[in-house]
Design a protein around this ligand. Structure first.
Ligand SMILES: *[C@@H]1O[C@H](CO)[C@@H](O)[C@H](O)[C@H]1NC(C)=O
Ligand SMILES: *[C@@H]1O[C@H](CO)[C@@H](O)[C@H](O)[C@H]1NC(C)=O
Ligand SMILES: *[C@@H]1O[C@H](CO)[C@@H](O)[C@H](O)[C@H]1NC(C)=O
Ligand SMILES: *[C@@H]1O[C@H](CO)[C@@H](O)[C@H](O)[C@H]1NC(C)=O
Ligand SMILES: *[C@@H]1O[C@H](CO)[C@@H](O)[C@H](O)[C@H]1NC(C)=O
Ligand SMILES: *[C@@H]1O[C@H](CO)[C@@H](O)[C@H](O)[C@H]1NC(C)=O
Length: 371
């Protein structure tokens, strides 16, 4: 082997070695870079993870603070929590209290049929004390009140319930039968404000009314437009005797709220502020708004028979100024036949023929002994 050969081998080896080292260094560089990237990604993951965990923790802490605040709120104001709960229901959680009811029937097997028509529709209630002898008149009244807008409730004071079956509306009506009781007795017992809270207006009517010129929907639209909380349809003066001028129909008016009188002990003019001039209606066909009824119900005494005198006190329940919120609707009017039956408010009111103002504004006991 000569020197040149050895030399070339050395050079080759050196070349190979350097190539190897250079390549190796290059690869190492790449590898390191890769590793670095991984590490960074890993760290970022860890950081993201930590941020996530921190956010979670903060949420948990916020939740905890909220819970403590709630508990403190509940603990410091137990009365506040129970403020809107009816008496006796304090132990119940707010969510399961049902405060009011209605008179609607429930379908036993088909829930979809429960609500007639539009479930959001505001329903009103027609309640009448009736006897079978007046069934023709009553039928005419009820036919005017379509079932999609009105629930009908009949108080049978003669115990006869079966004989109404001939009328198509009969099976949808609510029947309550108690012997020899008047409209006010029934109303106090069966029209508690919480039971009838869903009804926008309550018609508490006698059975001896003629409705040929009366349309309840038009009536209610007038009542809403005029803001009447307590009202009655005007009485036709041509065929029926009108006991109180305030309820007599004015042919040319839509509604009126006062009467005028320039003779006798009581004068009524534009400046009068009290019944009998203004602020009341009779008790044969009153129509109450929901809130007016809630108030009026409390005025009905349990032994009240004919509501004598109640009419003049209605102003308390006018939800504001009785001179404005109590009125008579002339555009939709009725006939009053003045029959003497139990279902009918006796028109011989305490103020009949005696229109002096009540001596005291306090609520009096209205039952008249000589009934
Ligand atoms: C990421 O977190 C894991 C476990 O929490 C840990 O073992 C790893 O070393 C962390 N990585 C870096 C780059 O900090
Ligand atoms: C984040 O929380 C999870 C579970 O709660 C845990 O496994 C993980 O190690 C946590 N990560 C960090 C960076 O604290
Ligand atoms: C937050 O609360 C939930 C449930 O209370 C729990 O599973 C989770 O581990 C909590 N997270 C932290 C970061 O404390
Ligand atoms: C506080 O009272 C409210 C309303 O009654 C109830 O929903 C809530 O669960 C109560 N909170 C606590 C922490 O007891
Ligand atoms: C109801 O009144 C009638 C007539 O006044 C009377 O004959 C009847 O006995 C009374 N019934 C009851 C249950 O009071
Ligand atoms: C009206 O009632 C008052 C007091 O009760 C009485 O003094 C007066 O005589 C009565 N008037 C009439 C017309 O009955």
């Amino acid at each position: 082997m000569n020197r040149s050969c050895l030399c070339s081998i050395l050079v080759t080896t050196a070349l190979i070695c350097s190539a190897y080292f250079i390549g190796n260094a290059y690869i190492d560089e790449e590898l390191k870079e890769k590793l670095l990237r991984w590490e960074i990604t890993d760290k970022m993951h860890n950081v993201t993870n930590k941020i996530q965990n921190t956010t979670d923790e903060m949420h948990n802490v916020t939740d905890k603070i909220q819970k403590v605040a709630d508990k403190m709120q509940n603990a410091t104001s137990p009365t506040c929590e129970n403020l809107n709960k009816p008496l006796g229901s304090e132990a119940l959680p707010q969510g399961i209290i049902v405060k009011t009811s209605n008179l609607e029937t429930q379908h036993l097997w088909d829930y979809r049929q429960d609500k007639k028509g539009n479930p959001n529709r505001a329903m009103s209630l027609l309640a009448m004390a009736v006897g079978i002898k007046q069934k023709e008149l009553v039928n005419k009244v009820i036919q005017k009140f379509p079932s999609r807008d009105f629930v009908v409730m009949l108080f049978h004071y003669d115990g006869v319930v079966e004989d109404w079956k001939q009328y198509p509306w009969n099976e949808h009506a609510i029947h309550v039968s108690v012997m020899n009781q008047t409209k006010w007795w029934f109303a106090k017992r069966f029209l508690h404000p919480d039971i009838v809270a869903e009804y926008e207006y309550i018609f508490l009517w006698d059975e001896d009314l003629g409705v040929a010129h009366f349309n309840p929907q038009r009536y209610l639209s007038i009542v809403k437009e005029e803001g009447l909380e307590i009202s009655q349809p005007a009485l036709d003066t041509t065929k029926t005797k009108v006991h109180y001028p305030i309820t007599a129909r004015h042919n040319n008016l839509k509604v009126h709220r006062r009467m005028y009188k320039d003779k006798g002990s009581v004068r009524c003019d534009d400046h009068s502020t009290d019944p009998p001039c203004v602020g009341w209606v009779e008790m044969m066909a009153p129509v109450f708004s929901r809130s007016a009824w809630r108030c009026s119900w409390y005025m009905i005494q349990n032994d009240l028979i004919h509501a004598w005198g109640l009419d003049k006190q209605l102003g308390y329940c006018a939800q504001g100024d009785r001179k404005i919120n109590v009125g008579v609707v002339d555009a939709e009017y009725i006939f009053h036949y003045g029959l003497t039956t139990l279902g009918v408010v006796k028109t011989a009111s305490s103020s009949s023929g005696n229109e002096t103002k009540p001596k005291s504004r306090t609520l009096v006991k209205w039952i008249i002994e000589q009934e």
